[in-house]
Write a protein that binds this ligand. Structure first.
Ligand code: TXA
Ligand code: MG
Length: 331
């Protein structure tokens, strides 16, 4: 059982400054630390640790699981997590370390948490150039997931002080690294298919990338209706191979059951997201348990009701999308 819950995380203290040695110790212990990068400050955690990733989403207070960028020291490390292609290699040679994120096919047996990829078959990788980020990557020896260090409704932070202000009342270690030289999130290019596409504009311009690739990039920064949406809304969504039934308290014979909280029934097969009803533990197990259930010889997966609060909002959002229902019942 996890000792940590959302309320404890929100009321334990306040943001505080720490150094890279302590940050390394905390990250290796599965904690979240705000670290500087050359683009914006990031909320970093061990990308291979489901619980550490669930804590990032809890800090973000985001009602959705957007996939996170995994930060690595250099190109060599990508090969542990992704199926790199020649185009990606050329872009990394031209722009890494630096503000370019590459979306690649994820290796099926990768150690990266499925929650970090939000269940997608792809992974976003970036090698930051900020010396403090690089020191921490080197000293931890870990791939570090790091979304921008702001709660979901706030602006991205370009100074340690911004992070401190945005997380008032929340215990969060912050490593001071001065003002971010670029101050704008990284450019994101999807090289996971044969037609490379720009997913997010950044300081590495589309034409610089096209010059290196020798071909035009598709522009996926806007959906077809022309309205600007957040990048997370434009990516493919996790879709399990078995139909899902939601809010089920009495599963049918032959269904796989994804339980939450104390469950007294004798249903089989059953996996429990969190017998104690801890939403951080449930988020940590969410994608890996759905994957396990969909591998079984069952026709449907029934899912227990998950409370609509804290990380339960993101779990329910993902479940409704995966079950092909509208993301929010009221809209
Ligand atoms: O500059 C940056 O990229 C900063 C610093 C901290 O590195 N990080 C950052 O992360 O901006 P975040 O979470 O705020 O934005 C990451 C975006 C997600 O919204 C998502 O759209 C995209 O990256 N992304 C991540 N994985 C993806 C994937 N597998 N496929 C498509 N898009 C992905
Ligand atoms: Mg962001």
């Amino acid at each position: 059982m996890l000792s940590l819950n959302l309320n404890a995380m929100r009321m334990d203290g306040s943001p505080y400054f720490t150094d890279s040695t302590e940050a390394t110790r905390l990250l290796k212990a599965g904690e979240v630390v705000a670290i500087p990068t050359e683009t914006v400050y990031g909320l970093a955690a061990d990308a291979t640790n489901d619980t550490a990733i669930a804590k990032i989403y809890a800090y973000k207070s985001r009602p959705q699981f957007n996939p996170l960028i995994v930060h690595v020291l250099d190109w060599r490390h990508c090969e542990h997590y992704a199926n790199p292609c020649e185009k990606a290699h050329r872009l990394a040679e031209a722009f890494w370390p630096g503000p370019l994120t590459l979306v690649l096919p994820s290796l099926p047996q990768s150690s990266i948490s499925p929650l970090c990829r939000a269940g997608l078959p792809t992974i976003a990788l970036r090698s930051p150039s900020h010396p403090v980020a690089r020191k921490i990557l080197k000293e931890t020896g870990l791939p570090l997931a790091a979304p921008s260090a702001n709660p979901s409704t706030h602006l991205s932070p370009t100074k340690a002080e911004h992070v401190k202000q945005a997380f008032q009342g929340v215990s969060l270690p912050i490593v001071e690294g001065g003002e971010c030289a670029i101050g704008l999130e990284s450019t994101i290019v999807d090289v996971s298919t044969s037609s490379p596409a720009l997913l997010r504009h950044g300081s590495i311009l589309k034409e610089f990338i096209e010059a290196v690739l020798g071909e035009a990039l598709e522009d996926h920064t806007r959906p077809r209706d022309g309205q600007v949406k957040s990048p997370g809304q434009m990516i493919r969504h996790y879709a399990p191979s078995k139909p899902l039934r939601l809010n089920v308290t009495t599963p049918r014979e032959g269904d796989g059951y994804l339980a939450f909280g104390p469950y007294q029934g004798f249903h089989h097969p059953i996996l429990n997201l969190s017998p104690s009803g801890d939403l951080i533990e449930a988020a940590a197990h969410f994608f890996s348990m759905l994957h396990q259930l969909q591998m079984l010889p069952i026709t449907e997966i029934s899912v227990a009701p998950i409370p609509m609060k804290g990380l339960g909002l993101a779990i329910n959002d993902k479940l409704r999308r995966a079950a092909c229902l509208s993301p929010h019942p009221d809209q």
